[in-house]
Write a protein that binds this ligand. Structure first.
Ligand code: COA
Length: 334
């Protein structure tokens, strides 16, 4: 028997402490004006002390499960999208399972698609629901970037962009109008080193996973070719979404709301311009959270729900782009 999948409930969480651009002026050689003009970011939230990635995820998942009206006993798979896990291994899905007291025996999967993590995860969840193998999948995107950023003037081009946060959704069987229409997933590994963290890693030339030399060279911090990422993000997000809409014989007018990955407001404005989307249909949250990578889409979805911009029955177009390069899109009826 074939099933359709739908989003049963959404949750999100960001740590309490917010850092405005003015706060960053004191730490990095930057300015509120530069950050706002170039990116649209006004503040981001960063964890304090020993708060971990899965600590944020727990809060987002509890809200999502409550709204979905499912208990921890009902979850039969966890898909965890992150680039900043609690530990190198095992994956965050296992740590989250333990923290949420989800019974032993379920499937737990970590995926590493960075800013495209939620889009990939939604497509994977959709396939498992459609096949009938699982009934209630907990999909979470969560990041603690702050502990992995070079928060000195040398790292300013990357550090100002990223925030900590988590977003989650319970994906289950559809019993009506709401459903995941379809998804497109893409990657181009030729650009893997245009946005990456080299160390620790077994692929380093030195033959070591990590060394003091690598730390001295700051290889454990992200490197980003901002312009290259910007150009590809605009092109690929627009391309994926328009192809997906065309394959479902949909036009821009058929879509009620667009949730794009939140990396830079100028990227999203360009995508909207290319696809001729009225800006009132694009829901952005970057001003408040910066780029929370795998968490941007579910955080945006939850904020749109809270703001009354998203309701059951609305058609939502989703697109994201990130390191890899990876990118993709989903169309859902919420
Ligand atoms: N504060 C102040 N000045 C900064 C700065 C900061 N935080 N970061 C960089 N600068 C300076 C640079 O040193 C450079 O100075 P110079 O002209 O004297 O050399 C100048 O600003 C312009 O830098 P540039 O990198 O060319 O700026 P840009 O217009 O390309 O904007 C980004 C930079 C990062 C905002 C932009 O490229 C971007 O958003 N790219 C996509 C990033 C992204 O999406 N990443 C996540 C992927 S999902």
């Amino acid at each position: 028997m074939a099933y359709e999948s739908k989003i049963l409930g959404v949750g999100s969480f960001v740590p309490a402490k917010a850092y405005t651009n003015f706060d960053l002026e004191k730490m990095l050689d930057t300015s509120d004006e530069w950050i706002q003009q170039r990116t649209g970011i006004i503040k981001r939230h960063w964890v304090e002390g020993n708060v971990s990635n899965t600590d944020l995820a727990v809060e987002a998942c509890k809200e999502a499960m409550e709204k979905a009206k499912v208990s921890h006993d009902d979850i039969d798979m966890i898909i965890f999208a992150t680039l900043s896990p609690d530990h190198d291994f095992p994956g965050n899905a296992c740590f989250l399972q333990e923290k949420l007291n989800i019974p032993a025996g379920i499937a737990a999967l970590d995926i590493r698609q960075q800013c495209t993590g939620f889009v990939y995860g939604l497509s994977i969840a959709d396939q498992f629901i459609k096949s009938g193998q699982y009934k209630n999948i907990l999909l979470v995107g969560s990041e603690v970037h702050s502990k992995g950023l070079d928060r000195t003037p040398e790292g300013r081009n990357v550090s100002v962009l990223f925030g900590d946060g988590a977003g989650a959704a319970v994906i289950g069987r559809s019993d009506g109008e709401s459903k995941v229409f379809g998804s497109l997933l893409h990657a181009d590994g030729r650009f893997a080193k245009e946005l990456w963290v080299a160390a620790p890693g077994t692929g380093n030339e030195e033959g070591e996973r990590i060394s003091t030399n690598m730390l001295d060279k700051k290889l454990h911090y992200p490197y980003m070719n901002g312009r290259q990422v910007f150009t590809h993000a605009v092109k690929r997000m627009a391309e994926s979404l328009s192809t997906l809409m065309a394959s479902h014989k949909m036009s821009i007018d058929d879509v009620d709301l667009f949730l794009f990955h939140q990396a830079n407001i100028r990227i999203n404005d360009k995508v909207a311009e290319i696809l001729e989307i009225d800006s009132s249909k694009v829901f952005n949250t970057i001003a408040d959270y910066g780029n929370t990578t795998a968490a941007t889409i579910p955080i945006g979805m939850n904020d749109a729900l809270k703001a009354g911009k998203l309701e059951r029955g609305m058609v939502v177009g989703i697109a994201a782009f990130g390191a890899g390069f990876t990118w993709g899109s989903n169309i859902i009826v919420y």
